[in-house]
Design a protein. Structure first.
Length: 246
């Protein structure tokens, strides 16, 4: 798989958060598979993936899609996406931020769903972003959003990857329902991830989660997936929302 190296981007052009993305991709395959399964269940055939990063989730949601437009603001990530999916005509890479995107042009792409996996928290004006997403979807079109939860956990890990905020159900519901969508489901995810995030981001002030910790965590991901499919969690490291355009 293509990677960002000295042939693709100077060292100073690679965002600090790349280390976290790369570690997550290498050390947490079971978690990524579980996450992809949860997300793609709600997606249609023509998807806009906002903030595609290095393509970890893009690969997970690709089966069954007619088209994925992978929108990515970081030029280094976009170059990696272009290399990774160079031979796949079902993935189109769009090197742009949410703020610079021509939403009028995207409205012609017959999109039926939009996915943001740990992206909305990176956008300073999240309400304006949600209004842009609404503008390119038909009535009934779906938006699927995964965000970090619990503001009390905000720490060095959030700072390292460029988070503006972590959400509570109330704040997430307000920004989505106040800007053109009706929420179909809103639920907590990843109860097991809370202690590790608190330890590394708040107590130890690390800026990258150690790979060995992620591997241990990932070994529990299949069990975690099964448990969370049976019970509604009272709290979690993340929030998952599925909403429809009105």
């Amino acid at each position: 798989m293509p990677t960002i190296d000295e042939r693709m981007a100077p060292a100073d052009s690679v965002p600090e958060g790349y280390a976290t993305l790369a570690v997550m991709e290498r050390a947490a395959p079971h978690y990524n598979e579980w996450l992809g399964k949860r997300l793609r269940a709600h997606l249609g055939r023509r998807v806009l993936e906002v903030g595609a990063g290095i393509g970890t989730i893009t690969r997970q949601i690709l089966p069954g899609r007619e088209l994925i437009i992978a929108l990515e603001a970081e030029a280094a990530y976009a170059r990696q996406l272009l290399g990774t999916f160079a031979d796949n005509p079902r993935v189109r890479v769009l090197d742009s931020s949410v703020e610079r995107t021509n939403w009028g042009e995207l409205a012609n792409e017959r999109l039926d769903s939009i996915l943001l996996s740990n992206v909305l928290e990176h956008i300073e004006d999240d309400a304006a972003a949600i209004r842009n997403f609404r503008a390119v979807l038909p009535i009934g079109g779906t938006i699927v959003i995964l965000v970090p939860a619990l503001p009390c956990l905000f720490g060095s890990l959030d700072e390292a990857v460029g988070h503006y905020r972590r959400y509570l159900p109330e704040s997430l519901r307000e920004v989505i329902q106040g800007n053109g969508f009706r929420i179909a489901r809103l639920e907590w995810m990843n109860l097991l991830g809370i202690p590790g995030w608190f330890l590394n981001g708040r107590l130890l002030r690390r800026r990258v989660i150690p790979a060995n910790q992620l591997r241990v965590y990932d070994s529990f991901a299949p069990i975690m997936a099964q448990v969370e499919s049976l019970f509604r969690l009272p709290i979690g490291l993340s929030l998952l929302v599925v909403a429809h355009a009105v």
